[in-house]
Design a binder for this molecule. Structure first.
Ligand code: SIN
Length: 307
């Protein structure tokens, strides 16, 4: 058996498989059907201070090799999260990353402060890149990123990940997040895209734009992770965006990800995601590689040498 443990953010993760924020919801349905101790961490659906109803239907539109989503951060709000959900999430036999978002740095600070004393919140992920809320959280410039991360940092001593977009000057956004006190970044969120109804000529989504996720964005996500690792050799990176199988997971590790976030793949086939740590173990063992750490960032060091 190979060693799969990942040490990152001052914590130990059983293996690098992370359920990304969104498709896993708050993990309750998955916890009933799967053994959560087979993954390294679960990221919750994004929580906001107030409950959000989300965007009008349709919220999911087909796209080649993926899906466009327009959920709009639907969630029950922080009160209900703390009272109804967190007691169950706390009992999950895996690390818990709680995703938060706000309309302002002050709102993010308030959320971080509310969750600061809660058991069962291992990491805070500040969602700065949801493409589905008007004029709010999409961090298109470094100053916004800096302000929001500072808000969270000022209110919590928990490890903080900044969930960033893979668009625009994304390396400047990574730099802004880290200089404002983030302990790492999750790269990338869904990419903005659209589809149009051929009978009406009108956009299929109410907000016109949605977030493209799934295998369609994998090569883009991989490139962003590769570039971020090159520019920030020491930071923690959760590589996410269209990873759907062992090959994608290996590529993310080679590019420099510490942890690998699975989003769309959880919707498509959760069974496969829950098998991944075992598949990774078998892959390493077959090649005589003792520790998954040996793969991390290998593309930057001349590749791996297997027997
Ligand atoms: C959504 O709730 O609209 C998706 C969340 C995200 O992409 O950050």
């Amino acid at each position: 058996m190979a060693a799969l443990t990942v040490r990152a953010l001052g914590l130990e993760f059983r293996n690098p498989v992370v359920l990304a924020s969104g498709p896993a919801g708050f993990g309750l349905e998955l916890a009933a059907a799967f053994d959560l101790s087979r993954i390294g961490a679960l990221t919750t659906k994004t929580v906001t201070l107030e409950p959000r109803r989300g965007n009008p239907q349709p919220r999911l539109v087909d796209a080649p090799c993926g899906v466009l989503n327009s959920i709009g951060l639907q969630n029950p709000g922080c009160d209900a999260f703390e009272v109804d959900l967190l007691p169950q999430i706390r009992a999950f036999p895996t690390r818990r990353i709680v995703s938060i978002a706000g309309r302002s740095p002050e709102e993010v600070a308030a959320l971080a402060s509310r969750l600061a004393g809660e058991q069962g919140v291992d990491v805070l992920e500040v969602n700065l890149s949801c493409p589905n809320v008007h004029g709010e959280t999409v961090a298109d410039n470094p100053e916004t990123v800096r302000a929001f991360v500072r808000g969270a940092r000022s209110a919590s001593t928990r490890p903080i990940l900044a969930k960033l977009p893979g668009e625009g000057k994304y390396l400047d956004l990574v730099e802004a997040a880290l200089s404002a006190g983030a302990d790492g970044v999750a790269l990338i969120n869904a990419l903005r895209g659209m589809r149009i109804h051929t009978e009406t000529g009108l956009p299929l989504l109410d907000r016109q734009v949605g977030g493209l996720c799934g295998p369609a964005i994998f090569p883009i996500a991989l490139h962003r992770v590769f570039e971020a690792r090159k520019a920030f050799p020491e930071t923690v990176i959760v590589g996410t965006g269209g990873v759907s199988d062992l090959r994608g997971a290996l590529e993310m590790l080679f590019a420099g990800a510490d942890l690998i976030g699975f989003g769309f793949a959880v919707m498509a086939d959760p069974t496969r995601v829950f098998r991944l740590a075992q598949e990774l173990d078998e892959w390493l063992t077959k090649r005589g590689i003792a520790d998954v750490d040996q793969l991390r960032g290998a593309s930057h060091r001349g590749g791996i040498h297997v027997r």
